[in-house]
Design a protein around this ligand. Structure first.
Ligand code: GDP
Length: 462
């Protein structure tokens, strides 16, 4: 419910130089006045956008809790468009918790996960795409994911969506011009124009959808398994890839980080390596943990890096693994090509026929040869071989993609209806359907359920 005042610790748990308690709502300033004294012992802090030095105390016993800097951002010029107060405490568990406690005691309510950002959305400071991009910025672990999210926060995608919405509204206006004069036949010229405009919007949406899968992977990463029989060089390869490309990763509550142990940044594509424990075991995963566990890892993966041994050739275990991964997307890697051996020619010939739609790359993990080629192949598989300009507007969120697919389906219905001579007011309903589908992306028409679900993904304090 908007109207009450919420508070939370907005910085991560653990020790830090500072930590911030954030308060938002109509009583934010009043509550602060009750618990804050400036260094000159004034109780009121009224200066907007200024950090004021002083102390937080408990009005119950007058005991000082922490030495702080307090900033006030008055409505509507704040993150939530409400009065916001940020109390910069010392960054330890106790000062933060005790400060939050007095804030709550003075009448604030503990904020729910994502509630600050939800208020920013409900108060019209951000649309839904922008609110979602904030979580993407926080979680980004490659430059590409970060610039995608920043682009969405600054409104690139929202503008495109609004443009599409506007075009749909214009079609509705054209249709209404027809409905207003029902005694006249539907004007052929008008229908032709409607068809043309629908085709144009469909084209725009399809262009956005074209790169949506790549966008999703840049945003979410590609769950990857490195697999191969014992001693082919899986951990050697992993180590080479990690050496220069280890991505910065933060723990994200509620996600299955336990399966994923390393994230590697391959040309902007975060490869989330599943089951590094299995890779790093000296005895191999297949022997040690068993076929079932291997199958589970493969099942959880979007992408397979299947490693073969140029020196050792192919054997039964290779065949067994090939059989397990054959329905997946992946890349074949022939390792140890630094060792000159007759076996290599033979195995290359054979590997070309196995999983023929997977690219084959020769490498030497030991001598670090062929690694760039391997990385380029991974990126090319994600982008479908296209060069995607960094600043292009890209769909990266599966929710947005699904809404666009819905809209395109409505537009197809419109085209069919027109060709079948179906009544114009029924066509208007499909145009409306497309408009609603697109509007759900930015949140102008969106159910409370969806909003709640989106913000539940945030942590408390955001
Ligand atoms: P894993 O069991 O698949 O993880 O294989 P390892 O990475 O532990 O490698 C097994 C052995 O192969 C080690 O002795 C590595 O030094 C060696 N090895 C790995 N990659 C190469 C390579 O490219 N060339 C050569 N000659 N040896 C390699």
């Amino acid at each position: 419910m908007i109207g009450d005042t919420i508070a939370a610790i907005s910085t991560p748990q653990g020790e830090g130089g500072i930590g911030i308690v954030r308060i938002s709502g109509p009583e934010a300033v009043e509550i602060t006045d009750k618990i804050f004294r400036t260094a000159k012992n004034k109780s009121r802090h009224q200066q907007n956008f200024k950090l004021v030095y002083g102390y937080i105390h408990d009005p119950g016993n007058e005991r000082i809790i922490d030495e702080v800097l307090v900033g006030i951002m008055r409505a509507p010029h704040s993150y939530t468009k409400e009065d916001v107060v940020e109390i910069n405490c010392h960054g330890g568990a106790l000062p933060l918790r005790k400060t939050l406690e007095v804030v709550l005691k003075m009448g604030a309510r503990m904020a729910e996960p994502g509630e600050f950002t939800k208020r920013a959305f409900l108060n019209g400071r951000l649309d839904l795409v922008q609110a979602e991009s904030i979580i993407d910025i926080i979680r980004a672990n490659t430059d590409e994911a970060m610039s995608l999210a920043i682009g969405q926060l600054s409104g690139g995608l929202s503008n495109k969506i609004n443009e599409i919405k506007q075009q749909l509204l214009e079609i509705t206006a054209l249709i209404e011009a027809n409905i207003d004069f029902p005694e006249e036949d539907i004007d052929d010229y008008n229908l032709e124009e409607i068809l043309q405009r629908v085709g144009h919007i469909e084209h725009d949406i399809n262009k956005l959808l074209e790169n949506a899968e790549a966008g999703r992977i840049y945003r979410e990463g590609l769950s990857t398994v490195i697999i191969g029989k014992p001693n082919v060089g899986k951990s050697s390869l992993l180590n080479v890839l990690l050496k220069e490309n280890r991505a910065i990763v933060t723990d994200i509550p509620g996600t299955t980080r336990d399966l994923i142990e390393e994230v590697i940044n391959i040309g902007g594509v975060p490869l989330k390596i599943i089951d590094t424990a299995g890779i790093r075991e000296t005895e191999d995963i297949i022997e040690k943990i068993g076929v079932q566990k291997t199958k589970e890892s493969i099942h959880a993966a979007d992408f397979i890096i299947l490693v073969f041994d140029a020196y050792d050739g192919l054997n039964k275990i290779d065949e067994q693994i090939i059989d397990m991964v054959k329905l997946k997307k992946g890349i074949k890697v022939l390792n140890k090509v630094d060792i000159q051996d007759r076996e290599k020619l033979y195995i290359t010939h054979k590997l070309k026929k196995i999983l023929p739609h997977w690219p084959l790359v020769d490498i030497s993990a030991l001598k670090e040869r062929g690694i760039n080629k391997l990385e380029n192949e991974v990126v090319s598989m994600v982008t479908g071989g296209k060069v995607i300009p960094r600043d292009s507007i890209m769909i990266s969120n599966i929710r947005h993609k699904n809404q666009l697919v819905k809209a395109v389906n409505y537009l197809k219905d419109v085209k069919n209806a027109i060709s079948q001579g179906i009544s114009i007011d029924l066509i208007a309903i499909d145009i409306r359907g497309a408009w609603e589908a697109v509007s759900e992306i930015t949140g102008t028409a969106v159910s409370e359920n969806i909003v709640d679900k989106i913000f539940a993904e945030f942590c408390i304090g955001k």
